[in-house]
Each structure stands twice: as C-alpha cells, then as structure tokens.
Design a binder for this molecule. Structure first.
Ligand SMILES: CC(C)(COP(=O)(O)OP(=O)(O)OC[C@H]1O[C@@H](n2cnc3c(N)ncnc32)[C@H](O)[C@@H]1OP(=O)(O)O)[C@@H](O)C(=O)NCCC(=O)NCCS
Length: 425
C-alpha cells in the first residue's frame, strides 16, 4: 500500500495527500498547495539546505548520530585498514570493489595519464611564489580543460572515463609542481613504478629520504582514503550543481575545489593549525575555551553539519598521527590539540551542541609533521576528494531525475517602483 502524508491548509481547510517515497515527500508536490489557482504554489524554505535531499545517491552513506561512514556499503574502518586510494577510487566511481584484472587496468589507465601538458608548467611558473596553493590549484584544474577540449563531450562515456583518469592522475602533479615552484626547485617527473601516494610524495620531496619513509607513504594513502567522499557536502554539491549545467568535468572539479578551500569546509585543516599555533601553550587553553563559549572565535576542527557523534575518520587520523610521529618525532602542537579535545569533550557547551573533533582536527598536525607547508593542507584534501567528486558527477549524469540545478527564492524586496534620476534621489 502506498504511504501518504496528509496536510490540511488552515487558510483554505483543503486537505492534500502527498506520496511518501523512501520516507520522504517530493518538494514539488507542495506546489499543489495554494489559496488561489493563479498562485505559484507552496515551496519549502530551506536556507543552507539543512533538510533538503537534492539527489538520490548510492555512493556514500553517513549516519551522523551513530558516527557511521560507508563507501558503497563498505565501512570506512575496513577500507582504511585494508584498501588503497586507487582501489577506493574505483569502488566509489564504479560501485564495486575491482577484481585483480580490473584493478590493474584501472591503475594502468591512470598511469597512462600521469603527466601534464608542458604549458601547464609555464602557467605554474607565472604564479607568485607566495600564492596560496589552493588559489593556484583551482586555476590549474580549470586550465586543464583548455588542453582537453574533447572533455566537453560528456555524453561520451569513453571520454568521461579518460577525463576521470586524467583528473585522478594529474591533480597530484599540479599540486606537487606548484609546490616545487614555490620552493624554487625543479619539477620531479611522475614515477610510474610507484604507488599513488608514494609517487605524490616523491614528486614533492624527491631526494629527502626522511619524507619518503614507508610509514609516511602508508599514512598518506590512509589519509587520502579517509578524505575520498562524504556524500552531499558543500564541495560535492558544487560539483553536482556545476555539473548539472553540463560543462567539462575539469571545470566542475575546479569549482568544487574552490568550495573546499573555505575554512568552514576543507580549509579547516589549515585553520586548525593556525589556531593551535596562536594558542601556543596548554596553559592558554582555558582562556581560549572561554572565547569560544562567548562565540568570539570558533574551535576549528570541531563540529559538523551531519555528524553529531565522534567523526569515525578522526579515530583513524589519530592512528595515522601515531604512525607519522613515530617516524618524525611528536609535533609540539599535539599536546595542545589533545588537551583542547579533552576539555572540549567534557564541557557542557560542546556536549550540548554535539561538537566533536572532525576529520580536519588532526590532519593538519600530521601534514605539518610530514614537512608539508600549511597552505598545501587543503590541497591534500583535494587530492583525496577528487575521486569522490567524480563519483558524484558520474552518478549525476546517469540520473534521469536530475536537471540543471536551479533553487527557488522567497522574494523579500520591493514591489515595482519607478526609476529616479540621480539628481532627484
Ligand atoms: C562544520 C560547521 C560549519 C557546521 O556548521 P552548522 O551545521 O551550520 O552548525 P551551526 O553553526 O548551526 O552550529 C550549531 C551550534 O554549535 C556552535 N558551533 C558549531 N561549530 C562550532 C565550533 N567549531 N566551535 C564553537 N561552536 C561551534 C554554533 O555556534 C551553534 O551554537 P548555537 O546553537 O548556540 O547558535 C561548524 O561546526 C564549524 O564552523 N566548524 C568549524 C570549522 C570546521 O572544522 N569545519 C570542517 C568541517 S568537516
């Protein structure tokens, strides 16, 4: 039997029956609710989309109350422990764990695109050495689209597959080459004998063996897995919104990267480190917590729109941190972070608002210990998240329910009024 939601409009006493599908109503069904026939009909007002499902998706599942995260049904814990970034990428994008043959083809297809056009390096050379890496990366991803004009043909599945491989292969190259530029160092060519994370670290730090320790490579791979997707977050929604007007995927990834850049989203990892540096010492924490409670500052790396429990990724980040610190020595800011976490988890202000550490709380400390400069932190998040964005994009293209994204508004401005010349205002 079909389920319905019955609504009575107190303005007209009319009763409406809205179909319930998967436990939800379709917002468009509200449009039949109107006082006069010539009205537009009712909408739901939902600033920041706190209660709006913009799509059906089978990519990633989050239960924010229980602290559960699964990619295609597989618990993040199992993937973080047993899988690799490229295997997880394939899982996210195609829906199933690949067989041995499928995985080697996938890895080889990505390696085949493991270089960027020479002109991209000329563009990198034109950025100021002091430029923020995320500003550069956003531009460089968009620039890639100009070298692959065939990527505009998004109805061609082979072309889309090539674009997906190119983006997964080349975003790390853009990142590493930009980093080398800022350091005044020559570019290191990708090495196809290496795995994904190892190749990235090699392109960044070749010659510095301390930074290429196998435990650091393995921690980097885990970090990439933990960041790979998180359902309809701000940047994934941007990927889908921009993707819905059907540009090439390089442009859409560039837009998603810009969304990730903000300190309330991926930029939080950099902001956490900034915050810990400013706090400076454990003895300053009580004063800082008071400022947070007065809402003068935010405790960066805490809180989440969806998680109202401990972020399941944070546990693995702590483990990755232990692995990294056992190679690099502990990060002096770790004591501040641990104490901040302990205090925050015991105080009513945070408990009452379900504020727990999120993925960004520990990642910055790990990156810093690995010798990665602060403004590259969100770049690493971008490398990790690119496969997730592409999985969301691929799903969008196949979804017959989806059209160009175009929210409505509740207009609160003037009625029509006449223009007044500047001398009469
Ligand atoms: C992630 C975030 C943007 C989610 O925001 P949101 O879902 O809109 O949550 P709200 O802003 O409605 O927060 C609810 C309450 O908790 C408080 N709060 C949320 N995050 C907080 C934080 N990091 N520090 C202090 N207070 C915080 C808000 O002030 C609000 O308090 P109120 O009810 O008294 O007004 C927000 O928690 C945040 O800014 N965190 C810091 C940045 C960060 O780490 N981002 C990375 C996310 S992975």
């Amino acid at each position: 039997m079909s389920e319905v939601l019955t609504i009575t409009d107190s303005r007209t006493n009319k009763e409406y029956k809205l179909d319930i599908q998967d436990g939800n109503i379709r917002a468009k069904d509200l449009r039949q609710i109107k006082v006069n026939e010539d009205e537009f009909g009712m909408m739901s007002y939902d600033p920041s989309f706190e209660n709006t499902a913009s799509c059906k998706s089978s990519v990633t599942y989050i239960d924010g109350d229980q602290g559960i995260l699964r990619y295609r049904g597989y618990p993040i814990e199992q993937l973080a422990e047993s899988s690799s970034q490229l295997e997880v990428s394939k899982l996210l994008i195609d829906g199933e764990l690949p067989s041995n043959d499928e995985l080697s083809k996938w890895v080889n297809d990505i390696k085949e695109h493991n270089s960027v056009p020479n002109e991209i390096n000329d563009i990198i050379g034109a950025f100021p050495k002091s430029a923020h890496a995320m500003g550069a990366l956003t531009s460089l991803e968009a620039a890639l689209s100009t070298f692959y004009p065939e990527s505009k043909n998004i109805t061609d599945e082979d072309e889309n597959y090539r674009s997906i491989c190119r983006l997964i292969a080349q975003v790390p190259i853009l990142a590493a080459n930009f980093y080398r530029h800022t350091q005044g160092l020559p570019i290191v060519e990708p090495d196809n004998s290496m795995d994904y994370a190892e190749n990235f670290l090699n392109m960044m730090f070749k010659g510095d063996d301390n930074k290429m320790h196998p435990d650091l490579v393995s921690a980097m791979d885990t970090l990439l897995i933990l960041h790979a997707d998180h359902e309809q977050n701000c940047s994934a929604s941007v990927m889908r919104n921009v993707g819905s007007s059907e540009p090439d995927p390089f442009s859409a990834v560039s837009a998603a990267t810009a969304a990730l850049y903000g300190p309330l989203h991926g930029g939080a990892n950099e902001a956490v480190l900034q915050m810990l540096t400013e706090i400076g010492s454990v003895k300053n924490i009580p004063n800082f917590i008071e400022q947070v409670k007065k809402k003068e500052v935010k405790l960066m790396g805490f809180g989440h729109r969806v998680y109202k429990a401990y972020d399941p990724r944070a546990k693995y980040l702590k483990e990755a941190a232990d692995k990294v610190f056992s190679v690099t020595g502990t990060n002096p800011l770790l004591d501040i972070a641990l104490e901040l976490e302990a205090i925050a988890l015991s105080e009513d202000y945070f408990k009452g608002r379900n504020l727990y550490p999120n993925v960004d709380f520990y990642s910055g400390l790990i990156y810093e210990s690995m010798g990665i400069p602060k403004d590259m932190f969100t770049v690493l998040f971008t490398i990790g998240r690119t496969p997730g964005w592409l999985a969301q994009w691929k799903e969008l293209l196949a979804d017959k329910d989806q059209k160009i994204a175009r929210p409505r508004q509740v207009y609160t401005g003037y009625d029509s009024r006449d223009y007044v010349g500047v001398n009469n205002r």
